[in-house]
Design a protein around this ligand. Structure first.
Ligand SMILES: Cc1cc2nc3c(=O)[nH]c(=O)nc-3n(C[C@H](O)[C@H](O)[C@H](O)COP(=O)(O)OP(=O)(O)OC[C@H]3O[C@@H](n4cnc5c(N)ncnc54)[C@H](O)[C@@H]3O)c2cc1C
Length: 501
């Protein structure tokens, strides 16, 4: 469908067709509204960052029965040797509080956490399937798995399958998607938002609706906005996902008086292959990421370590590592592992398109690490290997306390010596995932103005919303937040549209 063909009496227009948008559209439709989706990308590149995700999905659960409702196949596993643990509301609050340095909006956080399991059931109802995250969030130690990091299940097939399934649900609900239709500005009447101005194949169109949902992602794909809001050198970062999240949603909401909130100079950014393309490549998905650094060391161009690689499980540190790499000379780093660690490395370390070096000695490796001072690197390895350690066993399933002491930056867990060749090294830079600053919304996902009143007819969900993430992020929160607030936004928009009939 093209903009010319859209019903001028449509109830709800949803901008974007990622996870947040499609859940908003489904919720609006199920609330009785007629709905259309606008997508800036062509069909072949649709669904934004959601299509790139690995499928981590963070929700509360009390026991295995809660997981079995989502992933019945768990019943076929050797359950006596798998400890799924629990992930309670309190643990979720603690994680978000600690990671955001207690800045996350308390009301939105409450809505997110208390609806997180419901969100999993909702997507499952729409055909999305879950699987236990064995090997990713639990390692096999002497035949037993113990889960860590709050994530027991992933979405089966990751973002590709998630978005495919949601598109099928959207199509079955009779919701049209208008591709290559980029939203540019909001149409504002005397007392409410009345529609949206879009560009389609070089022509502008004004589309009317009774309510609107903005779910068009962050501004991470816009280097000008990255430099302006995140700061120097962020324009040089690689983008992990879509090229279409260029911040139009933020700009058009600002223009109608929406309040902005959250960590505008903050973003989610990870260690990402230094030779990855400028934007994400959907055939690789999330596999340019390199998340197993807790089991090795990371060095910069001086050959020096610059973070505590073992501060916590990667789920709680990976999203701030990109910023740490971006601050290094040349904006790159190398992760180094020995053979004790290589068996723990995830599939993302075994893709063919990878910046990798292997050597039998550190002397040999030191000259292979492009851009790194070999002498500095050899000094760092020697100091790291000679640093005193407690006499305890390495265990990747717990914060094992196997730490160094006496170093300028100590490694506080999993600090095995690097002494079993061949040594493997992986070149990384900063890959930005999404930005943290965004629109201020109510607990019902209505966009607020600077006086705190709801802007009539305007709702928002997904990464365009600000206030949830500051400084850091717990893996698997973005998709859940998109479902929770997407549903609320869709229901709110539908309610308002019905009132305007
Ligand atoms: C490589 C990678 C891996 C990730 N892994 C995970 C994970 O495992 N678990 C997790 O929870 N999160 C993960 N994330 C984060 C996750 O992708 C986001 O939290 C989530 O998908 C955001 O959903 P969204 O709907 O807000 O935005 P998106 O999915 O990015 O959708 C935004 C949509 O808006 C469209 N759009 C943008 N501007 C306009 C405009 N002006 N007009 C019309 N359309 C527009 C875009 O084309 C896109 O379709 C990952 C992200 C990346 C990049």
């Amino acid at each position: 469908m093209t903009p010319d063909q859209l019903d001028p009496n449509i109830d709800v227009i949803v901008v974007g067709c990622g996870n947040a948008a499609m859940n908003a559209a489904l919720a609006a439709r199920e609330s009785g509204a007629t709905v259309a989706i606008l997508e800036a990308a062509p069909e072949t590149a649709r669904s934004g960052n959601s299509a790139f995700t690995g499928g981590a999905f963070r929700f509360i659960f009390e026991n295995v029965d809660d997981l079995l409702r989502l992933a019945p196949d768990i019943a076929d596993l050797d359950l006596k040797n798998i400890d799924f643990g629990t992930y309670t509301k309190e643990q979720y609050y603690d994680d978000i509080g600690r990671l955001t340095e207690y800045r996350s909006d308390p009301d939105l956080t409450e809505v997110l956490i208390s609806n997180s399991y419901e969100a999993a059931l909702w997507v499952a109802k729409h055909g999305v399937r879950f699987q236990p995250a064995l090997g990713r969030q639990a390692f096999n130690m002497d035949g037993k798995f113990k889960f860590w990091g709050g994530l027991a299940c992933h979405l089966l097939g990751g973002g590709a399958q998630l978005t495919k399934t949601l598109h099928e649900a959207v199509a079955a609900a009779g919701i049209p998607v208008l591709y290559e239709t980029q939203a540019r500005s909001l149409l504002q009447g005397d007392d409410r938002i009345t529609g949206i101005r879009v560009s389609h194949k070089g022509r502008m169109h004004d589309l009317r609706s009774k309510a609107l949902v903005l779910a068009c992602g962050g501004f991470e794909s816009n280097p000008e906005m990255r430099a302006r809001y995140l700061g120097p050198n962020w324009d040089l970062a690689k983008v992990r996902g879509t090229r279409y999240n260029t911040g139009f949603g933020h700009k058009m909401a600002m223009d109608v008086g929406a309040a902005m909130t959250g960590h505008w100079s903050g973003c989610h950014a990870v260690q990402w292959d230094m030779n990855a393309p400028e934007f994400g490549d959907i055939s690789i998905g999330d596999k340019f990421q390199k998340h197993n650094y807790p089991f090795g060391i990371i060095v910069n161009a001086n050959g020096e370590r610059f973070v505590n690689e073992g501060e916590d499980f990667h789920s709680y540190t990976y999203a701030k590592c990109g910023a740490a790499v971006l601050k290094q000379p040349g904006l790159f780093a190398w992760q180094v592992f020995d053979q004790k660690a290589t068996r723990l490395l995830r599939d993302e370390y075994r893709i063919p398109r990878i910046t990798k070096e292997v050597a039998n000695t550190f002397e040999e490796l030191s000259v292979k690490l492009t851009g790194v001072d070999p002498q500095g690197f050899l000094r760092t390895v020697e100091e790291f290997n000679n640093a005193p350690r407690p006499d305890i066993e390495f265990n990747p399933n717990i914060r094992d306390g196997l730490c160094t002491s006496g170093l300028k930056i100590n490694k506080t867990n999993w600090a095995n010596k690097l002494d079993q060749p061949p040594y493997h090294a992986y070149g990384v830079t900063a890959g930005v995932t999404f930005t943290f600053g965004g629109l201020k919304i109510s607990t019902e996902a209505q966009v607020l103005d600077s006086a705190g009143s709801g802007l009539r007819g305007l709702y928002a969900a997904g990464e365009i919303v600000g206030g949830l993430y500051y400084h850091n992020y717990g893996s698997g929160t973005g998709l859940v937040a998109g479902v929770v607030f997407g549903r609320l936004a869709g229901e709110g928009a539908a309610r308002e549209a019905m009132r305007n009939h």
